[in-house]
Design a protein around this ligand. Structure first.
Ligand code: SF4
Length: 728
């Protein structure tokens, strides 16, 4: 089908591309100004499109469940650092509620350059297909895909096909997934782009990847029989290429943030050398105990230096080239290097690995008791190659290892296979089995943490004749709303506990409210400041997801001017926020403060909540909870490992001297500590609901939705349901 490409205006293409694979129907529709101005773009727009497409009967597997990709109005502007992001949105096959995942690279920018603010794909193709959006010709086509189920082989086939057709590598970007997305419900989507500066095999230029890893959207893609989505496009040219309302203001804002990144990063986190893996050392600090070790049982380990960013920076990362995942990002945190594979059918082959980022390094490293960086890179590569989320895979493996440790599982249950702490060979074998769905254990693990827990409980009860241990297992099966945790141990951060439990509506992920670091640094000393942070930080963080922006140049580069601000939360980096406001106002032609810009995020936060309420009904609030392991010590041994800290906390809330606490028995102390922490979390969640204008079951009130203007955008089915749940 042919279409007409429009020039960008205020960062928008003002068109949406809809593809129905069932009927092979393709439509290009205008983006309604009312929808655009209310939902902004990216995540907000994606959630709105999802909401309009689904009903209460829609499941993740339903043909009508759309898979949506949406950049935002500030995405794809290389004059400003960090404009790389695009959002993937769909009903999640892992959690059965809306799944949202952001990803970097060039895909979002090129989709917009090709003429679209969003791509929504519904239906299921009858054969494996590749969708091609050709911005040069103004043409959309659905073609047969190469019959290749591993991502990096598929990558080569796609590159060859389009190079042979005469396209320059720098003008092609694409999304893929692999066989692991077929055999698990947590498939990831790889976003491929050409990095012309990275030396490879004596020449320059290498295809790099970023992943939309969370919530299983690669599995939606594979279930629709989409092997790849290709966009052919190039950067817009001219005096004001992105149609900014005030191009000079945009460029000035970009220069300001560039300068701050350039001056601050080398003196602080050194993301340009260590990538996000540099965070390992911070989380591992003895006083923070926030690096998950052996399925979040422990929070620190002396071996952590072996897998930290400094080690990768000095031994494994290839620093040549730029390492920005989009032009203009001088934070350049997209690190990677070469490793020789030790397992699988490609064993012995040297491959390029993009990563590991912090989550993958902690997930396959400390949380499995493995302190071998090459192993972590290999596990990272296999997950990307199979198309499975590294975080979910690693956290499920950590749970399995603890099940073997505590003998909830034995070799007898799993046909002789075992997975123990530190066993690299078995860990790699398991990743291969998981991606291929080769064993009963791998198939149960591939469905979800929830299903796996039930599967292990049944095995244990059958083998031992003891009562079903499901409740015991749930204490350390690290998932919320079905989504396995990202890699932060939260014993010492009540804010982060509430973030995982309630403020993240996709399940236990840190995208909405990554509060752990600033909480540990002392940003939220009182209960009130913790509660406030659960509102203010998601506004900015998810607001960035609406705009097409990467959070790292804001969150990981502390603007020195922020330190001097008075009567405000300096940890939210207000001086940099003002630069972002200039960028926003310059592009969109508005005159808003950064606070007002990000307040708009409350609209899509409420919309996502409403879709969760549609799935969970009156029990919505019960899903806002985390396993005991995320709250505190789940056995007496674990209490005593951090005895000093735990005793001190006990002494504080019991108002008893430490000598008194020292005489108490550990079981009693642990019981009191856990009760106290659970109660604190419950109180914080209750305050969060109140601040949001939600009921004490976590259900948005009708008046709240009317007040923020969302009510008018809801479907009639949703309005009826929400009104009924509010007793109206
Ligand atoms: S900070 Fe890192 S992830 Fe973000 S846009 Fe820059 S290179 Fe990409």
């Amino acid at each position: 089908m042919n279409y007409t490409k429009t020039s960008l205006k205020h960062g928008y293409a003002n068109q949406i591309l809809s593809i129905d694979l069932g009927g092979s129907a393709i439509a290009v529709d205008p983006l309604s100004p009312e929808v655009r101005d209310f939902f902004i773009g990216g995540r907000g727009l994606g959630l709105y499109l999802l909401h309009r497409r689904i009903t209460a009967a829609t499941t993740a597997q339903s043909p009508e469940n759309p898979l949506i990709f949406a950049p935002g109005p500030l995405g794809g502007v290389p004059q400003f650092p960090g404009t790389s992001k695009c959002m993937a949105v769909s009903l999640s096959p892992l959690t059965h509620i809306p799944g949202v995942s952001n990803f970097g690279g060039h895909f979002g920018a090129y989709l917009k350059y090709a003429g679209f603010d969003a791509l929504e794909i519904s239906g299921i193709a009858k054969r494996n297909v590749m969708i091609v959006i050709n911005g040069f010709r103004g043409e959309i086509s659905i073609t047969d895909a190469p019959a290749i189920d591993q991502v990096f082989d598929l990558e080569q086939a796609i590159i060859e096909q389009f190079v042979q057709a005469g396209y320059d590598k720098k003008n092609m970007v694409f999304l893929t997934t692999g066989v692991g997305a077929v055999n698990t419900s947590y498939g990831c989507i790889n976003s491929h782009y050409f990095d012309a500066a990275k030396p490879a095999h004596g020449a320059k230029g290498l295809f790099r990847t970023k992943q939309a890893g969370r919530t299983g959207l690669g599995s939606v893609m594979s279930q629709k029989n989409i092997r790849a989505v290709v966009v052919l496009a190039h950067y817009p040219h001219g005096d004001n290429p992105y149609g900014a309302a005030d191009w000079n203001k945009v460029k000035q804002a970009g220069l300001k943030l560039h300068k701050i990144v350039k001056e601050v990063d080398p003196q602080s986190l050194q993301m340009y050398r260590k990538g996000s893996a540099g965070l390992i050392s911070f989380m591992n600090k003895g006083e923070y105990q926030s690096l998950p070790v052996k399925n979040y049982q422990f929070g620190s380990d002396p071996h952590a230096g072996q897998i930290c960013g400094k080690y990768y920076s000095e031994h494994l990362f290839d620093h040549r080239g730029m390492d920005g995942c989009f032009p203009g990002c001088n934070l350049r945190c997209t690190k990677g290097g070469w490793v020789t594979l030790a397992s699988g059918e490609h064993s012995g082959k040297q491959v390029w690995v993009d990563g590991p980022e912090y989550e993958t390094a902690a997930g396959f490293g400390s949380n499995l008791g493995i302190w071998h960086p090459e192993f972590i890179m290999e596990a990272n590569w296999h997950c990307d190659n199979y198309g499975i989320d590294t975080i979910t895979t690693a956290v499920i493996m950590a749970f399995l290892m603890e099940c073997y440790q505590r003998e909830y599982l034995t070799a007898e249950d799993t046909d002789g296979f075992t997975l123990h702490w530190g066993d690299e060979e078995a860990a790699l074998a398991f990743i291969h089995q998981l991606a291929r769905g080769e064993t009963a254990l791998a198939r149960a693990a591939g469905r979800s943490m929830v299903d796996l827990t039930a599967w292990i409980a049944a095995k244990y009860a059958a083998r031992t004749g003891k009562p079903d241990p499901q409740k015991d297992l749930e204490q350390f099966a690290m998932q919320t709303k079905g989504l396995p945790f990202s890699l932060y141990r939260t014993h010492r951060s009540l804010s982060m506990q509430a973030s995982y439990a309630a403020a993240s509506d996709i399940g236990a992920h840190h995208a909405a409210a990554w509060l752990v670091k600033v909480d540990l640094l002392g940003a939220f000393p009182t209960f009130e400041t913790k509660a406030k942070a659960l509102i203010t930080y998601p506004r900015v963080r998810l607001g960035n997801d609406n705009l097409g922006l990467c959070k790292l140049p804001w969150v990981d580069v502390f603007n020195p001017d922020s330190g001097g601000r008075r009567n405000t939360d300096i940890y939210i980096n207000p001086a940099s926020q003002e630069i972002y406001a200039d960028f926003y106002n310059g592009m969109l032609g508005t005159r808003m403060t950064w606070e007002k810009i990000f307040e708009q995020t409350d609209r899509d936060i409420n919309l996502q909540r409403i879709m969760n309420v549609s799935a969970f009904g009156a029990t919505t609030g019960e899903h806002d909870w985390i396993p005991d392991r995320a709250i505190g010590p789940t056995d007496d041994y674990l209490y005593d490992v951090e005895k000093e800290y735990n005793d001190e906390q006990l002494s504080g809330f019991l108002h008893k001297p430490s000598a008194y606490i020292a005489k108490m028995e550990t079981p009693e102390k642990r019981k009191l500590l856990m009760e106290h922490r659970r109660e604190e979390l419950r109180k914080l969640i209750a305050v969060y609901y109140t601040q949001r204008g939600w009921s004490n079951n976590g259900i948005p009130r009708v008046e709240t939705l009317k007040q923020i203007g969302l009510w008018d955008f809801l479907t009639e089915e949703t309005k009826t349901k929400i009104a009924a749940l509010n007793g109206q």
